[in-house]
Design a binder for this molecule. Sequence first.
Ligand SMILES: CC(=O)SCCNC(=O)CCNC(=O)[C@H](O)C(C)(C)COP(=O)(O)OP(=O)(O)OC[C@H]1O[C@@H](n2cnc3c(N)ncnc32)[C@H](O)[C@@H]1OP(=O)(O)O
Ligand SMILES: O=C([O-])CC(=O)C(=O)O
Length: 380
Amino acid sequence: MADELKRGLEGVLVAESDLSYVDGEVGKLVYRGYDIEDLARGASYEEVLYLLWHGSLPTAAELDAFAADLAAEREVDDDVIETVRALADAGERPMAALRTATSMLSAYDPDDEADAGETTLRQGRRITAKIPTVLAAFERVRQGEEPVTPDPDLSHAGNFLYMLTGTEPDDVSEETFDMALTLHADHGLNASTFTAMVIGSTMADVYSGVTGGIGALSGPLHGGANQDVMEVLHEVDASSKDPVQWVKDARDDGRRVPGFGHRVYKVKDPRANILEEKLRDLAESSGDTKWLDYTTAIEEYLTEQGLVEEGIAPNVDFYSGSVYDSLGIPVDMYTPIFAMSRVGGWIAHVAEYQEDNRLIRPRARYTGPEDSEFVPLDER
Ligand SMILES: CC(=O)SCCNC(=O)CCNC(=O)[C@H](O)C(C)(C)COP(=O)(O)OP(=O)(O)OC[C@H]1O[C@@H](n2cnc3c(N)ncnc32)[C@H](O)[C@@H]1OP(=O)(O)O
Ligand SMILES: O=C([O-])CC(=O)C(=O)O
C-alpha cells in the first residue's frame, strides 16, 4: 500500500483543513461550512477573506475595520510601477508580469520575512491588497494610459474596476465582479494552493508561496483555461463555423475542450452554474446573447455526446470569461483576475498549514539505472 503510485496525487490525503470542501459527486462547494451559493449571493469578497483568514463571518464592525485595513495597503511603491512599465514595454504576458511584480513586492514589506509563521497573515493582507493595483497598472500602461491611484473608499472589487478604467463602476458591474471574486477564492487543495502550501511548508515567506501559486495557476490545465475558453469563443466567432462544429473538429483532432473536466467534480461545477446564471442575466439586460448562445450550444452538444455523464462537465473556467467580457475586461487578464481572488485561499491555506507545520516532501519510485560506472570526462 505504501508503495502504491498515485499519478497526479489523485485522491491522496496530505493535510487536514477547515477552509473549504469540494463534494465532486454532487457538485457542492463550501467555505468553512457555508454554501458557495449563499456566499456568492450574500457576502462580499472582503467578508469571504475574513471568513477564510479568521475563521468566522465578521460582524459589521469587524468587517469595517478589516476592509479599511485592507484598503489602506493598496498603494505600491513607485519602483514596482516602474517595473510594471518595463514588463509591459517588453510585451510580457499579464500573468507572468503579475508573478514578477508580486515577488518584487516583498522588497517593500516592512515585516521581517524570517518570521514566516507569524507574519503570514499580515504580509498576506498586503499582497492581497496590492495585487489589484499591480494588475490594473499593468493593463493601463500597456494601453498607453497612466496608472490610477487606488481609492480606499471603494470596495476591493469596485476599486479594481475603477483602477482599470479610471471610472467608478456601476452597481451591477461591481456586484458581478465581487461575486466572481467570491466564487474563485478557495477550492481545497487545487494545484496552485498545493504549490503555495509546499513552499509554505519549508517556512519560506508568503511572498514565495504566492509567487509559486501564481505560476501554478497560469497553466492551461488550471486557471489558464478561462482565457483559453474565451479564445475558443473568439475563434468560433471569427470563423464561419458554428460552435458545435468547432468542438467536433477539436475532438476529432484529439484536443481537449477548455473549461470542461475536473479532478474532483464529476458533475457540473456549482460555480459554473452560478456564473452561467449571471451571464444569462447580463445577456438579457444587454440584449447581447452571443457568448451565452455559444457556450450553451457547446455544453448541450457535449451533454448529448455523453461527456458530461462520463464526468467531463463544465468547470468554473467555462463561464467566467464571458462574464468578464461583459465588464469590458481584456481576455488575457482573466487568469490574473483568478489569481487576484485565489490569493485569499493561498494565504489561508499557508497560514493554516504553518500552525502545525510539517515539511511536505513525498517521494518518487526510482526507475533509473543502477550501479552505473562513472567514466571521467576525458575518457567519454
Ligand atoms: C480552475 C480549474 O483549474 S478547473 C480546470 C481547468 N482546466 C481545464 O478546463 C482544461 C481542460 N480540462 C482538463 O484538461 C482536465 O479535465 C483536468 C486537467 C482539469 C483534470 O484532469 P485529470 O483529473 O487529470 O483527468 P485526466 O487528464 O486524467 O483525464 C481523464 C480523461 O478525461 C478526458 N478529458 C478530461 N478533460 C477533458 C476535456 N476538457 N475535453 C476532452 N476530454 C477530457 C481525458 O482525455 C482523459 O481521457 P482518457 O482517459 O480517455 O485519456
Ligand atoms: O480544484 C481544482 O483542482 C481546480 C479548481 O477548480 C480550482 O482551483 O478552483
